[in-house]
Design a protein around this ligand. Structure first.
Ligand code: SAH
Length: 290
């Protein structure tokens, strides 16, 4: 497991830095923050505008979590509901049904609102990012619909998608590190989505997600769990009219984009929030640390 990429959230900022630097840079909601330990790296938390977020909601959440009282998946979901990140019953039910502890490395604080290293310079996103993406895609994850999860990593979000689209739908994960796909399959086999994997409505594949997964296109929902320098064309092409793509775009400064394909085939793009994800890149670049 590589140790070069470390995932941090706001509360990990050393208090001195936290106090001495203004929180002017970002007024956005909570975001996934990555921090690379090498000082020569571009993954420096100090360059991230959201590292010093002044978002008061997030601060209230941070205080709550710091109390260490969240030790159950249900408790994690309730807090995300209380702070308005989970807004719908369906997303709450699905996140309650898929126990996050099955998807994080052994011994990790599974219910903390923090991204965590999973090896191979990858992370599992923080619960608030998973919840945000599920909310943004909810209408496109109705029973029977097709969903694609690019950069499926641990398989957590693919499992959530599978429960939402049900046995008549399709939830397809694409991940370019074979070892992570093998791990994700084991994770899902222990989860409430196991039967869907067995029956084939949930599948986890090895591949370059920048090419999408044409076999089950077009998709009602596409999620990308890694930041692309620009929106990959194949993903737009594989989106159904009426479909939605949620994708982080950018390098050091990244934004979560919501791309809607209209019924006439035209595309509307809006920015949801600032975020920090690992890059959507080649396997080689990722394994050598980008
Ligand atoms: N959403 C997942 C993982 C997020 S980390 C989770 O929360 O568990 C981003 C993932 O994207 C990593 O697992 C990384 O290996 C993968 N990735 C990066 N570039 C990729 C590419 N070109 N094709 C497929 N997967 C990619």
């Amino acid at each position: 497991m590589s140790s070069s990429v470390v995932a941090y959230t706001f509360r990990h900022i050393p208090p001195l830095i936290h106090r001495s630097l203004p929180s002017l840079f970002c007024r956005h909601p909570p975001c996934t923050v990555l921090f690379k330990s090498s000082s020569s790296s571009s993954y420096c938390g100090l360059l991230n505008p959201c590292y010093f977020t002044g978002n008061s909601l997030f601060r209230r959440m941070e205080r709550f979590w710091a109390g260490g009282s969240v030790n159950k998946n249900k408790g994690m979901v309730e807090h995300l509901q209380r702070y308005g990140i989970i807004q719908s019953k369906k997303v709450a039910e699905v996140m309650e049904a898929v126990d996050r502890a099955l998807f994080v490395p052994d011994g990790s604080p599974a219910y903390e609102d923090s991204p965590m290293q999973i090896g191979f310079n990858a992370t599992i996103s923080a619960p608030h990012m998973h919840a945000t993406c599920l909310q943004l895609l909810e209408k496109n994850l109705q029973p029977g619909m097709h969903a694609l999860d690019v950069g499926s990593g641990t398989g957590y979000l693919t499992a959530c998608f599978a429960l939402m689209v049900g046995p008549q739908g399709r939830a397809i994960g694409v991940e370019h590190i074979p070892e992570l796909v093998a791990m994700a399959i084991k994770n899902v086999e222990k989860s409430t989505a196991a039967q869907l994997l067995k029956d084939g409505s949930l599948a986890l594949n090895v591949g370059d997600g920048r090419e999408g997964w044409p076999e089950f296109a077009p998709y009602d929902a596409i999620h990308v769990g890694a930041a692309a320098p620009e929106i990959p064309k194949p993903l737009i092409e594989q989106l159904k009219p009426g479909g939605r793509l949620v994708i982080p775009v950018g390098n050091i400064f990244q934004e979560l984009k919501v791309v809607d394909k209209n019924e006439d085939g035209s595309v509307t793009v809006r920015t949801e929030t600032s975020v920090r994800y690992v890059p959507l890149t080649s396997r080689e670049a990722q394994l050598r640390g980008y």
